[in-house]
Design a protein. Structure first.
Length: 548
């Protein structure tokens, strides 16, 4: 071989190797979205199910939901033919699921998007668990059989679904609502030494090292609120370019008033920040609720806390740019039940601003907001200012109407489409602040409704939606105000005050229930009977028991 031929061959082999590696290089930062369908219910009909919509908004990857994960769709034939036997109902279900997932992933790739899938761990077919008598051990990642099958499971997912760029995995919860032939659980999910670290080590080796794919390990309900546990995990697992830890921007669920996450910016690993755009505790997009400004620059309840090491995403990126891996929005979903929206404008505003900021955090939230108003809503300059004021007021109204700026209420008293009975604190100062801020919230909603009517919307449908959703917010928060005042009156044993607010409560429900007669394409309404997943007594039943 001559000198020139030798170097030509070396160059050719290098280009082939680079091309192979480039196929697995992650686009960075990650700007991902997921539609979180309600488990056990029909899938959301949403524009965000379509990769082309997300691509146009600025996203570079899509996370498919739990029941769209290849974890549910591999056939396990490499282990045994009787785990999912040909012709059985569970095999038919798995094969159909695989067909659907391959079509979705191909669509995503055709639109130039990275493909991720959220998966619960540990999750195996029921037949596999029974065959190997693992009923008591399959949730323990340290058990030899569990480790063996996790490694096989990962291999089969990436072999059978080659379009998959990575997995987002969680161990904090396990949903089986739409997985009839699988069983899932994890032992001691908050135990760093015996559960989190062994499981992350297995996944790091199999996904990041062996396959050069991306592992996004969710900290949710396992090591997301305990800094000591987080640091223990961080110290035990060596960083890897393909290993990312996913963290919600606030501690616990997406409640206004919850502390900004104390683990953001900590440890040795890259971090992906989760943001819910249609918040399950705040109407799910049924009414104005602009959260992107607070997430990016800091909510007012966080800005007043001087001891927070990090108080917003912009603060995080400024102080820890090396740890910023990107953002992961949930455009739709979270929680259970309704409200169910027909128009996605309020979700869209939050998602578009977050996606655009996620790509380039040097851009200001206000600049991006103005672009959205002009480019996507087609508003004129004078109306952009009004829209900006409306949206900023919505954030102020939500924190005061659902909680207080000092976090005086248990945030779980209302969620999804239901209202629970709020327990008033013993402290009178707190009670008075709760009462005062409920009144302030209603006044803010009145301003929001006035602004919505003053804006020259570019078409009638959008105008109807924006005004209707603003009035939806006002009438709902008047119900909230009534419920809280009845609870307070009952607490202090003031019968006249109680009767006064019960009358207002009945009137507020009547006005609220009449909204669908005024506005088309309104979201479904909150219902007095709804109690599912509310950890309080049903407010309506409680109030009926207090009537004179």
């Amino acid at each position: 071989m001559t000198f020139n031929k030798f170097y030509f061959c070396v160059l050719l082999l290098s280009l082939i190797a680079y091309s192979s590696l480039a196929q697995n290089v992650r686009e960075y930062p990650l700007v991902l979205d997921m539609v979180h369908h309600n488990p056990g219910e029909p899938l959301y009909q949403s524009s965000y199910n379509h990769p082309e919509t997300l691509k146009e908004m600025g996203y570079n990857g899509k996370v498919y939901f739990l029941f769209e994960s290849p974890m549910l769709a591999i056939n396990w034939e490499s282990v045994s033919g009787d785990i999912l036997p040909e012709g059985s109902e569970d095999r038919k279900w798995v094969d159909q699921k695989a067909k659907e997932i391959r079509a979705m992933q191909a669509d995503c790739k055709a639109n130039g998007m990275q493909v991720f899938a959220m998966s619960d761990l540990v999750l195996f077919p029921k037949r596999l668990i029974a065959k190997y008598e693992m009923e008591e051990t399959f949730g323990d990642p340290r058990h030899p059989l569990t480790e063996k099958f996790i490694r096989i499971q990962i291999k089969e997912m990436f072999d059978q679904f080659p379009e998959l760029d990575g997995l987002t995995v969680r161990i904090g919860e396990t949903y089986l609502h739409d997985a009839p032939y699988h069983k899932g659980a994890v032992k001691d999910k908050r135990d760093a030494e015996n559960t989190i670290i062994p499981l992350m080590s297995i996944l790091r080796e199999e996904i990041c090292e062996k396959r050069n794919k991306t592992l996004i390990f969710r900290s949710w309900v396992s090591f997301d609120v305990d800094l000591d546990t987080y640091l223990k995990v961080s110290d035990a697992i060596d960083p890897h370019p393909n290993l990312i830890i996913s963290i919600k921007h606030c501690e616990g669920d997406f409640h206004r008033g919850n502390a900004f996450s104390k683990v953001i910016g900590q440890g040795r690993h890259q971090q992906l920040i989760e943001v819910q755009c249609a918040r399950e505790y705040e109407g799910k997009g049924a009414y104005p609720n602009y959260i992107a400004k607070g997430v990016i620059d800091g909510f007012e309840e966080h800005l007043q806390q001087e001891d927070l090491p990090v108080y917003s995403l912009s603060d995080f990126v400024k102080k820890h740019p090396d740890k910023y891996a990107g953002i992961w929005t949930w455009t739709r979903g979270g929680g259970w039940g309704g409200p169910y929206i027909q128009e996605e404008t309020w979700c869209d505003l939050n998602a578009w601003v977050m996606a655009q900021w996620g790509i380039d955090p040097s851009r200001s939230e206000e600049e991006l907001f103005h672009r959205y108003a002009k480019e996507r809503l087609k508003l004129q300059l004078a109306d952009v200012a009004k829209f900006r004021k409306l949206c900023v007021l919505s954030a102020d109204a939500v924190i005061r109407g659902r909680n207080t700026t000092k976090g005086d209420m248990d945030p779980w008293w209302t969620r999804d489409q239901g209202i629970g009975w709020p327990v008033m604190p013993e402290n009178e100062e707190q009670s008075q602040r709760i009462i005062e801020q409920k009144q302030q919230a209603v006044e803010l909603w009145k301003q929001i409704l006035t602004l919505s009517k003053a804006i020259n919307w570019p078409d009638e449908r959008l105008a109807t939606h924006m005004v209707g959703s603003a009035e939806y917010g006002l009438r709902l928060y008047q119900i909230y105000e009534s419920v809280v005042n009845i609870s307070y009156a009952d607490f202090i044993k003031d019968e006249k005050l109680k009767e006064k607010w019960i009358r207002k409560y009945d009137k507020s429900w009547k006005v609220y229930n009449n909204l669908p007669e005024k506005y088309v394409a309104l979201a479904t309404l909150y219902t007095p009977e709804y109690s599912r997943h509310i950890w309080f007594d049903n407010a309506h039943e409680k109030i009926n028991g207090l009537r004179p």
